[in-house]
Design a protein. Structure first.
Length: 339
C-alpha cells in the first residue's frame, strides 16, 4: 500500500499574483498575521515595521482609518516595504512620492489634490505619502511665512476626512472622500534623527566613558516630529509612530542567503537563471551595501551586474548559469531577457 502526501499548500500571495483585483472583499478573510507573513516573505530585517504595516492594511480592509508615521534611515527599506504591500493589494495600497508637496499658491505642481489624483473614488485604501518629511520640515521664506506649516494646515482636513475635489485634465473632475483613506507618512527625518542621537549621547568628565547613540536607535516620538517642524495640530492626527531598524551588513548577508524570498531567489525566477555565489562574494556585497547606505537596491544592482556580464559574454560565468526547463543552456536563451 503506497502512501500519498498532499501537495504543499501555496501561500495565498504566491498563488494569486495573476488574478488580483481591487475588490477588498476578497481579502476580508485574511488575518493580520497572514498579511504580516506575506510581507515578511519579501522584506527582511524589519519585522516590527512590517507588522505595523500589515496591521494598518488590515484595518483599511475592514474600513477602519489610521494614520501612521514610519521613520527610518534612507536605506532602511521604507519605500520597498510599501511597494511590496502595494503588489499584494493592488488598487488598495498606493505609494505616492510626496517629497515636493506644496500648499496652494506656492510654486510647484504637487498640491494635496494633485497628490491624491491616482486614487479611485468611493474606495477604502491605504495611501503611502513617501518621503513626506522633506515637505514638512520648517521652511521660512523672506516674508516670514513657514511654507511647511501652510502645507500642513491644508492637509489637516484631508487627514481628518473631507470631500476633496480632484481634477484630472480640463473636463474630468470627481470628488474623493478622504474619510475612507488611511495614510502612512514615511520619511528619513535625517537631520532631526541625528540631533536626537547627539542629544542622547552622554559624556561625563574628562576621560570618562561615552555612550554614543546612532541615529534611529532611539525610537521617534511626537517630540521628535515637533522638532522636525510638524505642527501640534498635524501631530494630533497621527495615531502611531514606527521607527525602522538600521540595516546591518549581517542583515544584507541574511538577504543573500535567503533561498525562499531573498533577492537572489527573485532574480533567479525573473531571469530564469541559477546563482552560484561563494560566501566570500556574498560577504563583500553585504559589506559594501552597508557601507554605501544605499540599501537593498544596491544588493540587487550588484546581482544584476553579474547577470548582465553573463548575457554580454554569451556564456556561463563563474556565478550565473542560464536554465531552460531542467537543463542548462548558454546565454543565447536570454536574447530577449526581459520578455
Amino acid at each position: 500500500m503506497s502512501i500519498t502526501h498532499p501537495p504543499p499548500e501555496i501561500p495565498w500571495y504566491e498563488s494569486r499574483y495573476s488574478s488580483f483585483s481591487t475588490d477588498k472583499n476578497q481579502y476580508a478573510h485574511l488575518s493580520v498575521r497572514e498579511i504580516h507573513e506575506a510581507l515578511n516573505a519579501s522584506v527582511i530585517g524589519q519585522t516590527e515595521a512590517t507588522k505595523q504595516a500589515a496591521m494598518q492594511m488590515y484595518l483599511t480592509l475592514h474600513n477602519h482609518r489610521s494614520i501612521y508615521v514610519y521613520a527610518g534611515h534612507t536605506a532602511s527599506g521604507k519605500t520597498y516595504m510599501f511597494e511590496q504591500l502595494s503588489k499584494l493589494f493592488p488598487g488598495l495600497c498606493y505609494v505616492i512620492d510626496a517629497s515636493g508637496l506644496t500648499a496652494e499658491g506656492i510654486v510647484g505642481n504637487k498640491k494635496w489634490s494633485n497628490l491624491l489624483s491616482p486614487i479611485q473614488p468611493h474606495t477604502h485604501a491605504l495611501v503611502v505619502l513617501d518621503e513626506i518629511d522633506k515637505s514638512l520640515a520648517s521652511h521660512i521664506v523672506s516674508s516670514g511665512e513657514n511654507i511647511a506649516a501652510t502645507t500642513m494646515n491644508e492637509g489637516l482636513s484631508i487627514l481628518q476626512g473631507t470631500m476633496l475635489e480632484i481634477s484630472c485634465g480640463k473636463n474630468n473632475r470627481y470628488t474623493l472622500d478622504t474619510s475612507k483613506l488611511s495614510f502612512a507618512l514615511t520619511g528619513a527625518f535625517s537631520n532631526t534623527a541625528k540631533d536626537v542621537a547627539k542629544a542622547a549621547s552622554t559624556s561625563i568628565g574628562f576621560g570618562a566613558s561615552q555612550t554614543k547613540e546612532s541615529a534611529y536607535e532611539k525610537p521617534f516620538d511626537y517630540d521628535t516630529l515637533r522638532e522636525h517642524g510638524l505642527t501640534e495640530e498635524f501631530c494630533g492626527r497621527i495615531n502611531k509612530i514606527i521607527t525602522l531598524n538600521n540595516l546591518t551588513a549581517s542583515t544584507y548577508l541574511q538577504m543573500l542567503n535567503d533561498t525562499s524570498s531573498g533577492p537572489i531567489h527573485k532574480l533567479q525566477n525573473e531571469f530564469n537563471i541559477r546563482f552560484h555565489l561563494p560566501n566570500s562574494l556574498k560577504e563583500e556585497i553585504a559589506t559594501k551595501a552597508f557601507e554605501s547606505q544605499l540599501g537593498t537596491r544596491y544588493v540587487i544592482s550588484q546581482l544584476q551586474n553579474l547577470i548582465e556580464d553573463s548575457i554580454y559574454e554569451d556564456a556561463d560565468t563563474d556565478y550565473v548559469e542560464h536554465l531552460k526547463d531542467d537543463g542548462f543552456v548558454d546565454a543565447t536563451y536570454l536574447e530577449t531577457p526581459f520578455d
